[in-house]
Design a protein around this ligand. Sequence first.
Ligand code: SF4
Length: 370
Amino acid sequence: MPMDYRNDTVHPMLRRAHDLSQLSLDDAQRGADGLGRDSYGLCKVLESDGAGGLTDFTMGGHITKEAWSLNPYAGCLHACAYCYVPDTIHAERKRWGSYVVVKRDLPTRLARAVAKAEKAGLKHTTYLSTATDPYQPAEAEHRITRKCLEILARRDWPVEVLTRSPLVLRDLDLFTQFSQIRVGLSVPTLDDQVRRVLEPAAPAIPARLRALRKLSDSGISTFANYTPACPPTTHDADAVARTFLDAGAQWVNSKGLDRKQTVLAPLWERLRGGPWEDLTKFFASNDRQAAWRAELDTAFRKLGLVLSRPFFNPPFEWVTAPLPEPTRQLTLGELPILPMAMPATVPPRRAPQPAAPVRRVGLPPIARGP
Ligand code: SF4
């Protein structure tokens, strides 16, 4: 059992972090990106050496031993009210969103870790990221995520990327070099007014949907993560499904809110007295979440778009169903689909599988009717 720190001043990684050694952005870079340190807002940016690397990926509370997590930063400027990370890394929730630590030497460490893992037959699906957003504003300047992806691309590791930021489009040139890659955008609500309250520092929803479209149009396996699925404020279930379909999502993952003990209080603080106060009650109620989920299931099925339940997709090595032809969206006139073939629980450990054939497709999202 990991020690429960919950106090950032004694947290082993956060305690080691120190002020940035590079104190000012170079003007050329600021001009090129249109993003400078101003975009950090009130967030404090620190750096740390000797932190991070490939760590065991956990899925559904189980350490898989067959996949890796890679987190280029500690902390996250996006400051989502329902973030599960303070619980998993045992950090202070009230400070979450106020700092980000740049893991400055992570690419060097990763290059070593990848070579070692390959020697040991442990070239597994790597998730960026599970405890931070790999494309939060600090990435525009520090490019730790990009440098890590360059290392993984050179050795063609299977990779899943999940972010809330259209900055992910900057790395399209790298994504197209992987044989196996999926890129997802987290979109927990389609109402940007609600987003401003729940994820005040994260990019706007329309920008995320446009990024999805661009990724999908570029031939990348693209999914949306609609978690926690906010109830209808501007969009009913049919409109939610239609919006994701139009945005080019090839499948959608969606889970309800399951960190009620630690997350409901911060949610209430942000929503109390505003027009969306009822959202806290919605997330507190399993029955209301289940009813909304049933509406979503029906709406997605009507459009032939897969709505699945995991937060992260299973590692590529676990997807045993036949791979589909390069994904395309079904039209309204086509048959509804059945749920995709994915392990409902963590399967038993298996011997490492031989590398999959070179095909840039993701999960098997579409199973046709007879
Ligand atoms: S983007 Fe992800 S890691 Fe960052 S605050 Fe939101 S949920 Fe947490």
